[in-house]
Design a protein around this ligand. Structure first.
Ligand code: SAM
Length: 252
């Protein structure tokens, strides 16, 4: 898979690309990343990428011309590359969206700065806008890195252990069960006995139960309460969580 990044701060990406899963995916030839400096696509002596907003107001707005020049150069006619603007107004990133984007061969990520980007970029130059959450950051670089990490995990072979992807929070229906490692006891705080038992069936059931209880307590919105089994409802009752029973059938 290929990523092109358009940014006024290309240096921010150098360390990000040199560690962990992203580095391994690049080393294995599964991922290629080209980082483009937007200022290279300016034509004035000040290399300006921003200007004052029409209608007044605080801050500066990123101009369309350098972005248009860059997009035209990076995405030549006929080349199939999806163009994504990182934007707090965009579709909110989640596992499904990341998994879906991982099936693209090539993505261009455009990082905004200042008060945002001339609206004509969103209207005419991009295929999609993606937000990483309902908060404002000062630029699209960190959101682009977040998006890239979320997508690359779904490239076959990018993760060291494919099983970990299957069990992680949000990839299944619920949050992941709690994890422990050595020592078995630290300052009187013990690892749950069942995990030391070696009984794989009991461990599996314990994890299933913990995953449900954790999700019910922290993210009840992820649970389809009507689909819980009697056993699962019993586990919740024992742990003091009241199921949010939704009315079944269609609303009129
Ligand atoms: N004035 C804009 C608004 O109120 O929506 C915020 C602009 S923000 C300071 C500058 C740039 O950071 C945006 O153009 C976008 O590229 C990026 N950005 C900030 N927060 C983001 C988020 N939650 N998701 C994705 N991109 C974000």
């Amino acid at each position: 898979m290929r990523f092109d990044i358009l940014t006024i701060f290309p240096e921010m990406f150098a360390p990000f690309l040199c560690y962990g899963m992203i580095k391994r995916a690049r080393d294995k030839g599964l991922l290629t990343v080209y980082v483009h400096d937007l200022r290279v696509f300016t034509t004035d002596s000040h290399r300006s990428v921003d200007d004052v907003p029409y209608g007044g107001g605080p801050g500066m707005v990123m101009k369309i011309e350098p972005i248009h020049r860059a997009v035209t150069a990076i995405c030549p006619e006929g080349r199939n590359k999806k163009r994504i603007l990182l934007s707090p107004d965009g579709r909110k990133l989640n596992t499904e969206l990341a998994r879906c984007l991982a099936s693209d061969d090539s993505l261009l990520l455009i990082c905004g700065r200042y008060e945002g980007v001339d609206e004509r970029v969103s209207l005419h130059l991009v295929d999609d806008e993606i937000s990483i959450g309902d908060y404002i950051l000062s630029g699209g670089e960190v959101p682009a890195m977040v998006l890239m990490e979320a997508i690359v995990r779904f490239i076959p072979g990018a993760l060291g252990n494919r099983e970990s992807l299957a069990e992680e929070s949000f990839t299944g229906k619920w949050l992941e069960y709690p994890q422990y490692t050595r020592p078995a006891e630290f300052e009187g705080k013990k690892v749950p006995e069942v995990l030391l038992s070696g009984n794989h069936q009991e461990i599996k059931e314990w994890r299933h139960r913990q995953s449900l209880i954790r999700t019910a307590k922290r993210r009840p919105d992820l649970i389809d309460w009507a689909l819980l089994t009697a056993k699962e409802i019993g586990w919740l009752a024992e742990s003091g969580v009241t199921p949010h029973l939704k009315p079944s059938g269609k609303s009129i």
